[in-house]
Structures are given as structure tokens and as C-alpha cells.
Design a protein around this ligand. Structure first.
Ligand code: ASP
Length: 326
């Protein structure tokens, strides 16, 4: 414990030295890059662009989105963990921050100690969807088709560590049938293939699926929350559809590289809070089945505690599933 504490202090001290004094006083003096570790146009990108715009207005500088997709969100996280801790490179990431430390045995960055937390952003429900002509009309029928035809079916996801991967693991456990998975750099390109009918199934966040569901371009079977959601009132929960326990909500948080000075973290947190309280952000999020977290949860401390607790929650489940990325 003592050694860790000393290391942390030393790390913070070095970082403060590394960042020039002006960087803290006048911060920010130039645009900030927000890395999204998945493809453009997908669910995390949608949340990121919404808050980036509102944060930029508060900071008086543009927050530029950089999509660094691939490897289940680890490439984007690595990019930020290895960036200068000066407040000009930040990361919007999701629940993968809690599963990746266990799922990946080898990473080129430290998935736990490589980051400062800025605050939680939102929690997004997931929906189980299929290509429009999938031969099932409700969850019970889908389970039968998956059990019968699993050799032939393809499940799209955004790589090991993605929310769509995690949801797929829960689904395969619930129906007791492994499926062939097809990994993409994000669920935006996966959605394109689902719309084209070249993959069969996907479980994805409502920030990417709500509009397709409303337009009838995909078939929806369930939402992964305990209660139905207002944005999609006619979609049953998985429990209502016969799969109790098939529940997952995808939390998102904002991070900076380890050693980013506390005054900069506080300034970014202030901008995040302003974004979360922006009525336009809240309205758009509600339309997509989600909501900004309450201000009390959007602090660096609550975010860190929540993240650490989620790492501990997922570790035994992943170990029991025995599916790792090597
Ligand atoms: N969040 C990812 C994306 O934006 C997908 C996922 O995690 O499943 O594409």
C-alpha cells in the first residue's frame, strides 16, 4: 500500500513537472482531441459528439473527435494512455474499461493505472436486433432458431471487450449455444452489414439502434434493461421475453492520461457537467433511449470507484466464461 501511494505521488509530481505552468493557468489554449475507441457513426461516437460539442462551448475551444477503432476499443485507449498528460487528449470509453483488464492478457498500455478519471457520462441500454428478414418474430422463437441453426448464424460485434461482445456472451450463455462472431471496428459498420443482410444478429446500444428500429429496417427482440424504456415502449425486456438475467447497461466515462494535473481534470469535469446539464444534450439522449448521469455521479472520484467496482464485478464472470483475447 505504502509503495503504491509513493509511486502515485511520484507519478503525479513528474506529471506536474511535465506540463508547463501556462498549460494549467490558461488551459485550454488550443483544441482538445477526444478519442473515441470505435468507428465513426456508432453508439459511442454519437454520445461523444454530443458531449464534445457542449464541452467545447464551455471550454471556449473546439473538442475534436478522433475515431481510433479496432481491437475491441483497446487501440483508442492505448492512444490516450500513451498521450502527453496535458489535457489536450482525452478518451470517451465505455464498460469495456472494466472488462478489458481481465479479457486481455497482453496490452501495450496499463488498462487500470494508465488513466485519470474525469467523470461518468451516461448509461445506455442495449437491444437485441437481427436482420429484417430473420425467421423469428419474438425472443422465444429467436432462441429456438439460434439453438437449431447456430452453425449457420453470424453474430456481429465490435471485437473482444466491446459492449456488443459482452452482450453476445450473455446471450450465448442464456441460450446455451455458441455462435460464429464477426468482429468490426465498431457497430456502425456492423450495422451496415446487418442492414445489407450479410450478418444475422447483433446486440447493440440504443444510441445506434433506436432510429433503425423505429424505421423498421431491423428486427428487434428485446431491450436489456429490467424495465421497458420510454424511447422504445413496445420493445419487451429480455426477462419479459423469457430470458431473465439477460441484462446489461453500457456505462460511459471520460478519461485523461495518467498524470494529467488535477486543475486540468477539474476544468474538464466542469465542462463535462455543463454538457450533461445542457437541455439539448439531454433531449437528444432521451430520444436515443439514454440520459446524462446525475451530476453527483459525474465526478472523478465516483467515476473511479464505480469503474474499479465494475472491474471486480466482471472479473469472475469473464474467468468463468474462459474467453480471453490473446
Ligand atoms: N461502442 C461500440 C461502438 O461505438 C460498439 C460496442 O461497444 O459494441 O461501435
Amino acid at each position: 500500500m505504502i509503495t503504491l501511494g509513493k509511486r502515485a505521488l511520484l507519478g503525479a509530481g513528474l506529471a506536474t513537472l511535465a506540463a508547463p505552468a501556462w498549460a494549467q493557468g490558461n488551459y485550454p489554449t488550443r483544441p482538445i482531441t477526444m478519442v473515441i475507441p470505435f468507428a465513426a457513426g456508432g453508439p459511442t461516437d454519437t454520445v461523444g459528439r454530443l458531449i464534445a460539442q457542449a464541452m467545447g462551448a464551455n471550454l471556449g475551444q473546439t473538442v475534436v473527435i478522433e475515431n481510433v477503432g479496432g481491437a475491441g476499443g483497446t487501440l483508442g485507449a492505448q492512444r490516450v494512455a500513451q498521450a502527453r498528460p496535458d489535457g489536450y487528449t482525452i478518451l470517451l470509453h465505455h464498460i469495456g474499461m472494466a472488462t478489458i483488464p481481465t479479457l486481455y492478457r497482453r496490452l501495450a498500455y496499463d488498462p487500470i493505472n494508465g488513466f485519470e478519471t474525469i467523470g461518468l457520462v451516461t448509461e445506455v441500454p442495449m437491444t437485441l436486433i437481427a436482420r429484417r428478414d430473420f425467421p423469428a418474430s419474438n425472443l422465444a422463437e429467436l432462441v429456438q432458431v439460434v439453438r437449431r441453426d447456430r452453425e449457420k448464424l453470424n453474430y456481429a460485434n465490435a471485437g473482444v471487450g466491446a459492449a456488443s461482445h459482452l452482450c453476445g456472451l450473455l446471450l450465448q450463455k442464456a441460450v446455451d449455444a455458441p455462435m460464429t462472431t464477426v468482429p468490426y471496428r465498431g457497430t456502425a459498420p456492423a450495422m451496415n452489414d446487418l442492414l445489407a443482410g450479410t450478418v444475422d444478429l447483433m446486440c447493440d446500444q440504443t444510441t445506434n439502434t433506436t432510429e433503425q428500429i423505429r424505421a423498421g429496417t431491423v428486427k428487434v427482440f428485446a431491450v436489456t434493461t429490467p424495465e421497458p424504456i420510454a424511447a422504445l415502449p413496445n420493445v419487451p425486456t429480455a426477462a419479459q421475453g423469457g430470458l431473465p438475467g439477460f441484462e446489461v447497461s453500457v456505462w460511459h466515462g471520460l478519461y485523461a492520461p495518467k498524470g494529467t494535473p488535477r486543475p486540468i481534470i477539474d476544468r474538464l469535469n466542469q465542462a463535462l457537467l455543463a454538457a450533461l446539464q445542457d437541455p439539448n444534450v439531454a433531449r437528444r439522449m432521451a430520444d436515443l433511449g439514454t440520459a446524462p448521469v446525475a451530476a453527483a455521479r459525474a465526478t472523478p472520484e465516483v467515476h473511479r470507484q464505480f469503474w474499479q467496482a465494475d472491474i471486480a464485478k466482471w472479473r469472475p464472470l469473464i474467468q468463468a466464461a474462459g474467453q480471453y483475447a490473446d
